[in-house]
Design a binder for this molecule. Structure first.
Ligand code: HSE
Length: 357
């Protein structure tokens, strides 16, 4: 069986996905008889290409690395000639992988890409936080009406499974609170600052290691974690939060002395994200907090992320792992694609295809 992929966005995440797919394609064919084939790519800056026979990912990656566009790949054209909406409406696409940057004000352009893809009967896998934070209910209902899947594992904790893990394995439980560290950039910076390194220098190191974006505002001011908290509230509490309802404070005002003072008392300062049910409503916050060493979050350092799901049936469940990076995010996309394959390739009414390693 083949799944024909239309990839929207060929930046860090899209490129990382192409690299991972290139590495795994052979094993997927051998193990599952699955041909995951990218038939189209569109990128506002790098250009677009569509070929229903499938694209040569090695060549595309090479061209993109060398020239910073894909325009010299055979058949490639400027974005203006074949844009993202052309690609998501193509009959030759089964699944749209949406990997454009997050916009927490409008959800665009991801929102329109996803809406149009679902409307034209395509499954969607996205890593874009904006549309899932702002328009989850509408998009989920549209997917259900169209009989297609909308998957977004990579939006929270990148490739560390938390959305699927908790929604599939905690079925029937009531999630009362979710608390954790869900931004790798700030956690890396705070871990450096604990060693006495000033904020500016810690940020510079994060950028040098490719963890922080050239413009780190979304991470260090807490907006990225706000988007993730909104996604968690949507998925696990059925509650749409607005951006302004999430109490937010970034890490830019913290000084190494504060972190070292906390350390002397056996504590750490972490950017803690929390969403909880309280008195019939849902409250959420993202802010630096002093965390005692008895708290598992005190031991989550560097680019690691962790989430603690507090439930009515099994108490607290901790999920921890890498929370950022192109390869880890690509893993989330791959996992979502294989989930779609498993659920669409079996016989109707029968158990989904078992994909053992
Ligand atoms: N910039 C994010 C982080 C990764 O540092 O955690 C993407 O969600």
């Amino acid at each position: 069986m083949e799944l024909r992929i239309g990839l929207v966005g060929f930046g860090t995440v899209g490129t990382g996905f192409a690299e991972l797919l290139l590495e795994k394609q052979g094993a997927l064919r051998e193990r599952y008889g699955l041909d995951l084939r990218v038939v189209g790519i569109t990128d506002l800056v790098k250009g677009s290409v569509y070929d229903e026979r499938g694209l040569d990912l090695a060549r595309l990656l090479e061209v993109s690395r060398r020239e910073s566009t894909i325009l010299s790949y055979p058949g490639a054209v400027k974005f203006e000639e074949f844009g993202s909406l052309d690609l998501v409406r193509e009959d030759g696409v089964d699944v749209v992988v949406e990997a454009t940057p997050t916009n927490l004000e409008t959800g665009e352009p991801g929102y329109t890409h996803i809406r149009e893809a679902l409307s034209s009967g395509k499954h969607v896998v996205t890593t874009n936080k904006g549309p899932i934070a702002l328009k989850y209910k509408e998009l989920r209902e549209l997917a259900a009406r169209k009989g297609v899947f909308l998957r977004f594992e990579g939006t929270v904790m990148s490739g560390t499974p938390c959305i699927s893990m908790a929604s599939e394995c905690l079925r029937g439980a009531e999630v009362k609170r979710i608390r954790g560290i869900i931004n790798g950039t700030t956690n890396f910076i705070l871990t450096e600052m604990e060693k006495g390194i000033p904020y500016e220098e810690a940020l510079r190191r994060a950028q040098e290691f490719g963890i922080a974006e050239p413009d780190p505002t979304a991470d260090v001011e807490g907006w990225d974690a706000v988007a993730k908290v909104m996604i968690l509230a949507n998925v696990f509490m059925g509650h749409q939060l607005s951006v302004s309802e999430v109490e937010r404070e970034g890490i830019t005002d913290l000084r190494p002395e504060e972190l070292r003072a906390a350390a002397r008392g056996g504590a750490k300062v972490k950017l803690v994200a929390e969403v909880r049910k309280e008195g019939g409503t849902v409250l959420a916050s993202v802010k630096p907090r002093k965390v005692p060493s008895s708290d598992p979050l005190a031991h989550v350092d560097g680019v690691l992320n962790a989430l603690i799901f507090s439930t009515d049936t099994v108490g607290d469940v901790l999920i921890m792992g890498v929370g950022a990076g192109p390869r880890a995010t690509a893993q989330a996309i791959l996992s979502d694609l294989l989930w779609i394959y498993a659920y669409t390739s079996g016989s109707p009414g029968k158990a989904p295809k078992a994909l053992f390693p």
